[in-house]
Structure formats: structure tokens, C-alpha cells
Design a protein around this ligand. Structure first.
Ligand code: GDP
Length: 366
């Protein structure tokens, strides 16, 4: 599935550093994904999943394929970008194609790295970016207004949409994001949202970029980011982008040692990837065999035939049924055969909604 998370933030906050770390994580897996075309502003990062490792220990396959999540480096977002400053509107085209936003916020203090607006002030930085995105949405909406007005004159059915557009524009002009627009579930507003895909309706993950010694207790900068994110219920991940970039070349054991030397358990980059996967509404099911153990990505809520299409469209077309074992049953019993005898292998049909962690064998006929 090609869902993507756009990385935004002011210049010099650590976006490229983080993106490089994601690219290294991608390259470490590249041999497993020979079919992936790699674009310079995209990183397809493997999703760390201890369940996959546990299944691999049981099945001992030739290869293990994790789920992935795609990140897009969105360059050129500066104050005035919606008016054409910096790289201007180029970033808008890139950001519109993404399904969620990773907003990198500078929380590290380093006099050698210039801050574009003078000092480290996460809330001010966040506001600059969020204002630009709101302005970009307002501009896009204004550009549509003429056509909407004409349509509303010509046909009654368009009047509700024009009214919705006017409401949304007024809302944006008050400096509020589309995500907080009341009535966005009403038909005309929903249609408008679907047509224009407002940037500020996308889910946001805040990434607080701290220095290595900021990874322990939260400093005032990170606390400020958390307080801001809490207002919209958005997740916050604390990361030292520079440390992640340095760790990129290490193997698992070395990484563990490196992390321990800073007193942290898991890498912030792993959390960024996992949180991104969750924010996109994605879950994984597994296939387990002697050749490969693999995580397949689907949208939460998909039924079995649709989920099967992640493997091959034939699997969906010719779907007969699915043999399903929950992850915990699989691990507890230690093999598919043992699960069968224990009676925990279920036969599921077309209406079955696949759950995160299901181990599945699809039966199909084409
Ligand atoms: P971008 O403009 O947002 O892409 O920022 P960059 O990733 O290019 O980073 C700008 C500068 O900040 C670079 O010199 C980085 O090495 C430095 N930098 C990034 N993350 C950290 C960090 O966690 N601590 C410190 N001290 N410097 C960092």
C-alpha cells in the first residue's frame, strides 16, 4: 500500500538528519525489496515488530519481511511559503499526496546550528508551520470559490457545497485547522473535504528532536510540544535525529549497546515508524512458512478477501476461505500443526474482519 507520511518543519530543525536515518533503515532492508523503486525524497522504512521476530524464531524461514511505511521529505516549508517564499508552492504538491504529517520540532540547543528565527522556541516554530499550512488550505479553497459560485448558480445541488466552502474558509481565516471544523461529517462538508483534501485535516505526529542528553527526562521544550499536541490528541515522539543517523550503520547488538549507553531502551526512530504506521490506520497480518515469514499491511477494518489482495489480486478474486490463527495462539502452541490439534485454527469466510497479528493461510481458486 502506498500511503505516505510527509516530513515537515522549519529549516535547520533536523528533518534531513531524520530522513537520512530513515533512508539507512530502508537500505538495510533493500535486498529484501528488489521490486521497490527508490525515489530521492522517499524512504520506505521497515516497521519494527517483535511479533515478526518471534514467528521467525519458530518457523526459521529463509527470509523475514517486515511491513514498511513510506516517508516523504517535504522541502521548502518556510514562513511565507504559501505566498511563494522559499521553494514556494512546490512543497504543497508534495504534501497533498501524503496521508499524514510528521512535524519535526527543534528542541535541541546548539549555538553552532543557526535557528532561522533567532532562538529555540518550539511553540513559535510550530505556529509558523501550522499557520503556513492553514494559509495554504485557505488559498486552495479561495481558488475553488469562483467555480463553486458558478456551479451554485447553475444548480441547486451545489448550493450546500458552496455554503460549506464559505464556512470552512471563515474557519481557516480565523487561524484554525480544517481538522477542527465543526460539521465536517455532514454530507456537503465531507464532499468538499474529499475533493480538496485539506492539508490541515491530516493527522499530525509531532517529532521533538532533542540532543542525546535530552533523551532522558523531558526538558521544557519537549514539555511545551507535548502540551500543544495534547490539545488535539496528537502523538509526540521524542527523538535525537543525530544519534539515529549515527546508529544507522550499526547491527542489532551494537545498536542495543549504543542505546543502553544513553540509558534508553528503544530507538526513537523505531517509535516514529511505528507511530506513523498506527496514525495511518494500518495493521499487519502474518504469513508463516519455511520460505518466508512476512508481515502484510492492510487498513484496519478490511475483510478477509480484501486483506488477501495485499498478497495477490488473484487471492481476492478467487477467495474461498481463510485459515486463521491469532498471534498469541500461534506462539503459545509453537506451530501450525499444534494449533490445528489444539483447535485454535479457525476457518473464516468472506465476512471475517482481519485482526492485527492474525497468522493467515488463504485458500483460493482461480
Ligand atoms: P533541516 O534543515 O531541518 O533538514 O535540518 P538538518 O537535518 O539539515 O539539520 C540542521 C543541522 O542541525 C545539521 O547540522 C544537523 O547536524 C544538526 N542537528 C540535527 N539534529 C541535531 C541534534 O539532535 N542535535 C544537534 N546538536 N544538532 C542536530
Amino acid at each position: 500500500m502506498s500511503l505516505s507520511i510527509g516530513i515537515v518543519g522549519l529549516p535547520n530543525v533536523g528533518k534531513s538528519t531524520l530522513f537520512n536515518a530513515l533512508t539507512r533503515a530502508q537500505n538495510a532492508q533493500a535486498a529484501n525489496y528488489p521490486f521497490c523503486t527508490i525515489e530521492p525524497n522517499k524512504a520506505v522504512a521497515p516497521v519494527p515488530d517483535p511479533r515478526l521476530d518471534a514467528l521467525a524464531r519458530i518457523a526459521n524461514p529463509q527470509r523475514v519481511l517486515p511491513a514498511t511505511v513510506e516517508f516523504t521529505d517535504i522541502a521548502g516549508l518556510v514562513k511565507g511559503a504559501s505566498k511563494g517564499e522559499g521553494l514556494g508552492n512546490k512543497f504543497l504538491a508534495n504534501i497533498r499526496e501524503t496521508q499524514a504529517i510528521l512535524h519535526v520540532v527543534r528542541c535541541f540547543v546548539d549555538d553552532d546550528v543557526v535557528h532561522v528565527h533567532g532562538g529555540v522556541n518550539p511553540l513559535e516554530d510550530i505556529e509558523v508551520i501550522e499557520t503556513e499550512l492553514i494559509l495554504a488550505d485557505a488559498q486552495a479553497l479561495e481558488n475553488r470559490m469562483d467555480r463553486l459560485r458558478k456551479q451554485a448558480k447553475a444548480g441547486k445541488e451545489h448550493q450546500a457545497k458552496l455554503a460549506a466552502a464559505e464556512k470552512l474558509l471563515a474557519h481557516l481565516m480565523e487561524g484554525k485547522p480544517a481538522s477542527s471544523m465543526p460539521g465536517s461529517d455532514e454530507a456537503a462538508m465531507a464532499e468538499l473535504f474529499a475533493e480538496m483534501g485539506p492539508i490541515t485535516a491530516k493527522k499530525v505526529i509531532y517529532c521533538a528532536n532533542v540532543s542525546e542528553d535530552g533523551l532522558g527526562e523531558d526538558g521544557p521544550e519537549v514539555q511545551a510540544v507535548r502540551a500543544h499536541a495534547a490539545k488535539t490528541g496528537s502523538p509526540v515522539v521524542k527523538v535525537s535525529a543525530r544519534m539515529e543517523e549515527e546508529m544507522g550503520g550499526l547491527d542489532d547488538a551494537e545498536r542495543k549497546e549504543f542505546l543502553e549507553s544513553y540509558g534508553v531502551e528503544s530507538s526513537g526512530l523505531d517509535q516514529v515508524i511505528r507511530t506513523g504506521y498506527g496514525v495511518l490506520g494500518l495493521i499487519s497480518y502474518f504469513t508463516v512458512g519455511p520460505k518466508e515469514v512476512r508481515a502484510w499491511t492492510i487498513q484496519d477494518g478490511w475483510k478477509a478477501p480484501k486483506a488477501a489482495s495485499a498478497i495477490h489480486t488473484d487471492f481476492e478474486r478467487g477467495f474461498i476461505r481463510a485459515e486463521v490463527i491469532s498471534y498469541s495462539d500461534y506462539v503459545a502452541n509453537g506451530s501450525e500443526a499444534a494449533c490445528r490439534s489444539a483447535g485454535v485454527l479457525r476457518l473464516e469466510g468472506k465476512e471475517y474482519v482481519v485482526r492485527d497479528g492474525d497468522v493467515i493461510h488463504f485458500l483460493f481458486n482461480v
